[in-house]
Design a protein around this ligand. Structure first.
Ligand SMILES: [Ca+2]
Ligand SMILES: [Ca+2]
Ligand SMILES: [Zn+2]
Length: 378
């Protein structure tokens, strides 16, 4: 028996033993610390902090049933949809306790990763996972044209803990920047995190048949994956009822614009995962930490003069575990126009070649990020 089926059986057993929990809604809010590992070969793939935050915001809506594109209250599936009571934060501290932004950025010489796990290993051109017991690791990189993303099932946690997490293509992540229609509503991440929390595809992965289902009682049996974004009632050979199949479910393959709900029974199963496997996340303080090295020194970082003429002085960067900082300057259409690396010591950078204009200056390493708007004059 596959570990996935064994896990589903464990869930069934748990449901039978906890009959009173069968319709469990939220008993407590779960907050998941997320680390986003941006792995880039081109500057475009080095997506912005704002794009990353836009994805976190979508997750916080989708997993609380607060998304603005919910089904109308008169829709047949409306009462089946639910609030998973799960929220996400960018981790405020790294595994050894340093205050961080929850985002790591790493250059790779690989142009594409595909469906292998190389992005999860520093030695193979990727980034090693942060302790998967305590963090949801999301790797964002170029997966090539065919693939939006993939995730490990909770059982992977037991045999390959270093690979536990979610991988997303840089153009199917967030709702801005490199996110590309029809996958620019952030639903690929919602779908993959559904897998990470044990949900299967709504059609049962049974090669277009009615033989198998997703193991969830309140999702209609469905023949195969949905493509595009249908409207109205869709019936197939497995479900011919007047309400049809649930192509609006995050665990279908419809376009982002069509995916708007988890069902209550899917939610029970996702929350079961925290009872059985991801237990350490329940009490994680990583989201609530409010003071840290970076926060304390943040206000002391001194960038001057601004406007810049020929030289820029950077002083007071925190002495983080990582001793070097990257300095990047973007013009107002987001193009990288200047980049260099500096030590954490006070540094003077020559900027004589830059055209007059306004820029966004970003100084960062894995542990600390600071962003400033600067003007260049002559
Ligand atoms: Ca079902
Ligand atoms: Ca099926
Ligand atoms: Zn999937």
């Amino acid at each position: 028996m596959s570990s996935r089926l064994a896990f589903d059986q464990r869930f069934r057993q748990w449901q039978e033993n906890n009959i009173q929990n069968k319709n469990l809604s939220i008993s407590s809010l779960i907050t998941i610390p997320v680390v986003v590992h941006v792995i880039y070969n081109t500057a475009t793939e080095n997506i912005s902090d704002a794009q990353i935050q836009s994805q976190i915001d979508i997750l916080n809506k989708d997993f609380r049933n607060l998304n603005t594109d919910k089904l109308a209250s008169t829709h047949a599936f409306y009462n089946l949809s639910g609030d998973a009571g799960i929220e996400f934060c960018l981790a405020k501290e790294d595994p050894i306790g340093n205050a961080v932004s929850g985002i790591t950025r790493t250059y790779t010489s690989l142009q594409e990763f595909g469906n292998e796990s190389n992005m999860k290993y520093a030695a193979l051109g990727g980034v090693d996972a942060w302790d998967t017991k305590r963090y949801l690791n999301i790797w964002v990189c170029n997966l090539g044209k065919q693939l939006l993303g993939f995730a490990t099932y909770p059982t992977a946690f037991e045999y390959a803990p270093n690979e536990d997490g979610v991988v997303l293509n840089f153009n199917a992540f967030g709702i801005m920047g490199t996110a590309k229609a029809p996958y620019n509503n952030g639903r690929t991440a919602t779908h993959e995190i559904g897998h990470w929390l044990s949900l299967r595809h709504i059609w049962g992965d049974d090669n277009n048949s009615c033989d198998d289902d997703d193991g969830i009682d309140d999702t209609p049996n469905q023949f195969g994956a949905t493509a595009g974004c249908p409207s109205g009632v869709l019936v197939d050979g497995c479900t011919v009822s007047s309400t049809g199949v649930m192509y609006q479910n995050y665990m279908d393959y419809s376009d982002d614009a069509c995916l708007v709900m988890f069902t209550k029974q899917q939610i029970v199963k996702m929350r079961f995962v925290f009872d059985e496997i991801r237990t350490e996340m329940l009490s994680s303080p990583i989201c609530s930490r409010t003071t840290g090295i970076a926060n304390q020194v943040h206000s002391k970082v001194n960038i001057y003069p601004n406007p810049i003429q020929n030289y820029l002085s950077i002083e007071g960067l925190p002495k983080t575990r990582n001793k070097k900082y990257s300095v990047e300057l973007f013009n107002m259409i987001g193009e990288l126009v200047f980049s260099t690396a500096i030590p954490a010591d006070d540094t003077l950078i020559e900027m004589t070649e830059l055209p007059i204009g306004t820029y966004v200056l970003k100084i960062y390493n894995n542990d600390f990020t600071t962003i400033h708007k600067v003007t260049v004059v002559k």
